[in-house]
Ligand binder design. Structure first.
Ligand code: ATP
Length: 347
């Protein structure tokens, strides 16, 4: 196998709670993988096990084809960066970044070289002598990133590192962190419950749900083809409608509250039909039509989310704000191409 990290069928319980129930995934060398999922799904537990701060009940964690079983945390050569970046308030920026290097007893000249290199990487080359208490939240976060990069960790694990920052700063730092990690070819595991952050930073996403892996794929594929209703809902795709699917003339026909829709690919029997919120239009493109009435709309910047009632079913759609937005009470006809807009899950 490729060098990097591999988790094989990991189980971990705390009392009666199964925090991880058979989790397997890989992070290839130089790859950034996001561990994404709702609160309590097992993200932090996964990091603790990889770091060696907790032991799995079952399963194995492999680094470069060798088991980490029995290897203590300080010998793994992995770095951790947390949301509460916990800089030492009584030390200046230089000493904060140097901390781990001095603990590892590197010669002072090498410490100086690595600290300067790490501060330059995060865009704070002249900040060595600054007091950490006088830095802005974003600067503190970058110092914390420099501190975790300075020891040149084989694997860097970041646990909701931007969670405490306001939205504007978070959006800027997402791009900066992504650039820094990619330019360094840093192998990294990035934990977040925020899909935008996961999509912007990672090469691949591992979606966790209640201690199990729900889906592993690139951000684009996860968004284009959520593999389950959980994945669809987690990504904000709520237009799920019950239906029944039958084989008809080499294809399929789904009958639901939205009427009859023909599909070339599906599964037979009771199904849930997902109508993607971004794949319908108002200008007649596509072979399917739905008549509805607007009951709500909310402006979101680039897009406007419009709630439409179709045959007593409420559906939500996102339209570009640059187009005229249908008003509440307006009757409209939604058009779509079923191959693009519809996905079917077995119920
Ligand atoms: P969050 O996003 O809220 O940090 P998470 O996805 O990181 O959540 P974990 O912290 O890994 O989730 O927790 C997974 C489950 O294991 C939860 O039900 C949690 O309550 C439980 N758990 C985690 N650590 C412990 C512990 N030390 N003792 C008891 N239960 C724990």
């Amino acid at each position: 196998m490729e060098n990097g990290l591999r988790l094989i069928n990991i189980y971990k319980s705390f009392g009666d709670t199964c925090a991880l129930c058979g989790v397997s995934f890989d992070v290839a060398q130089g790859e950034i993988v996001a561990l994404l999922g709702p609160s309590g799904c097992g993200k932090s537990t996964t990091l603790m096990l990889i770091a060696g701060l907790e032991m799995p009940d079952q399963g194995d964690i492999i680094w470069n084809n060798e088991s980490l079983d029995g290897i203590p945390p300080h010998q793994r050569g992995f770095g951790l960066m947390f949301q509460d970046y916990a800089l030492f308030p009584h030390m200046n920026v230089f000493d904060n970044v140097a901390f781990g290097l001095r603990m590892a007893r590197l010669p002072e000249a090498e410490v100086k070289r690595r600290v300067n290199e790490a501060l330059a990487l995060v865009g704070l080359p002249d900040f060595s002598r600054r007091d950490v208490l006088n830095l802005s939240g974003g600067e503190q976060q970058r110092v914390a990133l420099a501190r975790s990069l300075a020891p040149h960790p084989y694997l860097l694990m970041l646990d909701e590192p931007l969670g405490a920052l306001d939205r504007t700063l978070r959006e800027r730092l997402i791009w900066e962190v992504s650039d820094i990690l990619h330019n360094l070819h840093q192998t990294a595991l990035y934990v977040t419950h925020d899909q935008e952050e996961a999509f912007a930073i990672s090469d691949r996403v591992v979606l966790l749900n209640a201690g199990k892996v729900e889906q592993i794929s690139t951000p684009q594929m996860l968004y284009r083809q959520p593999a389950s209703m959980f994945a669809a809902r987690f990504l904000g795709m709520d237009n799920l409608v019950k239906g029944v699917c039958r084989r008809v003339n080499g294809g399929y026909e789904v009958e639901s509250d939205l009427g009859k829709i023909s599909l070339s690919n599906s599964v037979e029997g009771n199904i849930m039909l997902l109508l993607r919120p971004d794949a319908v239009n108002l200008d007649g493109r596509g072979s399917c039509r739905l008549d509805g009435r607007v009951v709500k709309h909310s402006f979101r910047g680039n897009t406007c989310r419009v709630t439409v009632i179709v045959n007593q079913t409420l559906l939500k759609f996102d339209f570009p704000s640059s187009q005229p937005i249908p008003q509440v009470g307006e009757e409209l006809q939604l058009s779509f191409d079923p191959h693009e807009a519809i996905q079917v899950f077995q119920d």
